[in-house]
Design a protein around this ligand. Structure first.
Ligand code: SF4
Length: 284
């Protein structure tokens, strides 16, 4: 079973939920945590895994053979990302815009374009006291997160309960990370900002046909609009975590909630049971 942990808005507590859920399930079943927030992965700060392997991630970018190029311009015409331009008798490649789709080299009528690999990030794997751990890291200055997310997800263990920590927002990296999930948990806070971004995140899960539920973090601030929205849209609120200085203090020191306050472990096991029930209902 694959459970993705997403949130339209950054800073809502995704990491807290992902790490505490993984720690609560440890010992009950095989657990795997994939940190797909590759621009700023931080689950390792809480789980302190020993990382034993790493693998570079590359994308193929075009390399133009000037001796064959006739400046016909097909490459620039087919590139959806404006990553290659033909200007008079010159071809310019912009590697930072290239998505490595291969269309330009495939369609060049002169066979003048080959491909060369460019490293965009790295995937590291290891173990955190029984939790199988994988995370991806985008190189500084790179923007192409999806290839790294795809590489992280190649390590999914089908026999395990897989928890995928997703980056904030609703763009390509989020879609790449949550697709194929059996359930998507949306972490939000009861503020107008939390609600605004929750609505967008719900739209993404509906578009992908993935059942979802909400974790309401820092309950006690803001207003009741998130509750109202969830009721009106028939989205279950599966766990509520209050605004609490003890919880905030644990978080600021990199201590997982269920280790700092072990009573929360039971709440996370109940959360998992509810997720499983809803995912089963949705698939039947
Ligand atoms: S590989 Fe794709 S994205 Fe990159 S320059 Fe060629 S057509 Fe554009």
């Amino acid at each position: 079973m694959i459970i993705s942990i997403a949130s339209g808005k950054g800073g809502t507590g995704k990491t807290l939920i992902a790490t505490s859920l993984a720690l609560s399930l440890k010992g009950k079943s095989a657990v795997q945590l994939l940190d797909c927030d590759v621009e700023e992965p931080n689950d390792h700060i809480f789980l302190k895994p020993s990382l034993t392997h790493s693998e570079s991630v590359f994308i193929p970018i075009p390399k133009v053979d000037r001796s064959k190029c006739t400046y016909y311009g097909k490459c620039a015409e087919v590139c959806a990302y404006n990553a290659i331009a033909v200007i008079k008798e010159n071809v310019l490649v912009f590697p930072e815009l290239c998505h490595g789709c291969g269309a330009c080299s495939y369609l060049c009528p002169e066979g003048a374009i080959s491909e060369e690999n460019k490293e965009v990030g790295v995937v590291e794997m290891g173990d955190s006291e029984g939790i199988d751990f994988v995370h991806g890291k985008l190189n500084v200055g790179e923007v192409m997160a999806p290839p790294i997310i795809r590489k992280v997800k190649e390590y999914v263990k089908p026999e395990a309960t897989v928890i995928v920590d997703v980056s904030p927002g609703t763009s390509c990296p989020v879609v790449e990370a949550i697709k194929d999930s059996d359930f998507c948990l949306l972490v939000t806070e009861p503020t107008p900002f939390g609600l605004n971004d929750l609505v967008l995140a719900v739209e993404v899960t509906r578009e992908l046909n993935i059942p979802c539920g909400v974790v309401l973090n820092r309950a006690g601030v803001g207003d009741g609009k998130v509750d109202e929205y969830c009721r009106s849209e028939n989205i279950p609120i599966l766990l509520t975590i209050p605004l609490d200085t003890d919880i905030a203090s644990l978080y600021s020191r990199g201590i997982p909630l269920v280790e700092g306050i072990p009573e929360w472990r039971e709440h996370f096991i109940e959360l998992f049971d509810k997720i499983k029930e809803l995912a089963d209902e949705s698939s039947s």
